[in-house]
Design a protein. Structure first.
Length: 202
C-alpha cells in the first residue's frame, strides 16, 4: 500500500511542477517611472563609462534611480513627469567633508578679521541662540547644500568650544541643541555624519 501511494505521488510531481512553473518564471513587476529626465549630460560612477554622455534617467515611485541609459529613453518608458534637461548635467551628489552648517545664516560676519576676531563676530549672536534657532539655522544651511549639489556632509555641530562657565550654562540645553540640528538635516533630506564634542575628555 505504501509503495502504491509513493508511486502516485511520484507521478503527480511532474504535473505539480508544470502547473507551478508559470508562477515561478513570472518577471519582476516593472517599476513605474514617476519622473523621467532626458537629453541630459550624465556623469556616473560606473568605471566602464568614465566619460559623460547624453542620455536619460528614470526615477521610480520610491524616489530611487532605477534606469540610466545613453540616447533616448525606450519607447515604452512612460512617466508622470518628463523633463527635457537640454544638455544640463546630472551627476552624483558632492560630499562636503568639513562643515558648521548651523553657521549658514551668519555668512559675512567677521569676514575681514583674523580667526579669533571672526569667532567673536559670530559668537555674539550664537551665544543667545535657542535650540529652535539652531534648527532653522541648520535647515537653511542644509537646503542650501542640496540646492547646490551637496548631498552628504560631515557636520561639526554646535556648540564647538565653550569656556568652563559656558559649559556649565549650556549643559541643560546641549542634548536638545544636538537633537534640533540633527532633525533639521533629516527634514532637509541631507545625508550627514554628526561630529559632537564629548565633554570632560580634555
Amino acid at each position: 500500500m505504501m509503495n502504491q501511494t509513493l508511486n502516485i505521488h511520484m507521478r503527480l510531481l511532474p504535473i505539480f511542477y508544470i502547473l507551478m512553473a508559470p508562477l515561478c518564471l513570472q518577471a519582476e513587476p516593472q517599476r513605474a517611472t514617476v519622473q523621467l529626465f532626458k537629453n541630459a549630460t550624465i556623469i556616473t560612477m560606473d568605471h566602464s563609462k568614465p566619460d559623460s554622455f547624453i542620455g536619460y534617467m528614470g526615477i521610480d515611485q520610491e524616489g530611487r534611480i532605477f534606469s540610466i541609459g545613453e540616447g533616448n529613453p525606450p519607447a515604452d518608458m512612460h512617466a508622470k513627469t518628463s523633463i527635457d534637461l537640454q544638455g544640463k548635467i546630472i551627476a552624483p551628489g558632492f560630499v562636503s567633508a568639513h562643515n558648521h552648517i548651523y553657521m549658514s545664516p551668519l555668512r559675512g560676519l567677521g569676514h575681514h578679521a583674523d580667526l579669533y576676531q571672526w569667532y567673536l563676530a559670530w559668537n555674539q549672536y550664537l551665544q543667545h541662540t535657542t535650540p529652535e534657532d539652531l534648527y532653522w539655522f541648520t535647515l537653511h544651511g542644509s537646503v542650501d547644500f542640496l540646492r547646490n549639489g551637496v548631498t552628504t556632509a560631515y557636520d561639526f555641530t554646535y556648540p564647538l568650544a565653550l569656556s568652563p562657565d559656558e559649559q556649565a550654562k549650556a549643559m541643560p540645553h546641549l542634548k536638545n541643541w544636538i537633537r534640533q540640528q540633527t532633525q533639521a538635516k533629516i527634514d532637509a533630506g541631507l545625508r550627514f555624519v554628526n561630529s559632537i564634542r564629548v565633554w570632560g575628555l580634555e
